[in-house]
Ligand binder design. Structure first.
Ligand SMILES: [Zn+2]
Ligand SMILES: [Zn+2]
Length: 190
């Protein structure tokens, strides 16, 4: 491995990257304009055992749940959530049309829609009213507060003087950052 030519090292890295994204040997060969045999050799060298006949099961919500955040799995998860939402909404509409009222944020009846709109705008108003820190950089203290799951985002927003959206975004950002850090630590330890 030590006197491997740079070109080979580059190809190995690329092959591994594509394989991890769920591409099959033939797909990788096509993408990299290499022969399938050459790709199989590279895959073995990169530590992927045997021939790749089946794509890895990326691009399914279960894989996302298992922790994969590749584009395929993220998209699959998003599509799944959207489909779930659409189904739930359709059920609520069907129920309403069939004369069975199941009240909730998805119900199409005027009363429920009004309630949902009021909840949302009230939440936005409450946090906007005291969002005086808008646009200010986040301090370490504020980050700790934003991540504190014991409190509702709305309450944190109020106590920090930031908007609901700002706190929600910051919380997502920090969670992602911490996860990346953990993953890196794991890689270093293993
Ligand atoms: Zn994946
Ligand atoms: Zn309703």
């Amino acid at each position: 491995m030590a006197n491997q030519r740079p070109r080979t090292a580059q190809q190995l890295a690329r092959v591994a990257e594509l394989r991890e994204r769920g591409m099959t040997g033939p797909q990788i060969a096509k993408e990299m304009r290499l022969s399938t045999t050459r790709v199989e050799v590279l895959l073995r060298q990169a530590g992927f055992s045997g021939k790749v006949k089946q794509p890895e099961r990326h691009g399914i919500p279960a894989r996302w749940k298992a922790g994969c955040r590749c584009e395929l799995c993220k998209n699959a998860r998003r599509d799944y959530r959207q489909a779930e939402y659409q189904n739930a909404r359709k059920r609520a509409i069907d129920a309403w049309e069939a004369g069975e009222h199941s009240p909730g944020p998805l119900c199409p009846c005027p009363a429920c829609r009004k309630a949902a709109a009021v909840t949302l705008s009230a939440r936005l108003e409450r946090t906007q009213a005291c969002a005086v820190e808008h646009g200010q950089p986040w301090t370490a203290d504020e980050d700790e507060k934003a991540l504190d799951r014991r409190f509702k985002i709305e309450d944190i927003a109020r106590s920090l003087g930031r908007t609901y959206a700002a706190v929600a975004n910051r919380r997502r950002y920090l969670a992602r950052k911490r996860k990346t850090q953990r993953d890196q630590d794991d890689t270093l330890e293993s």
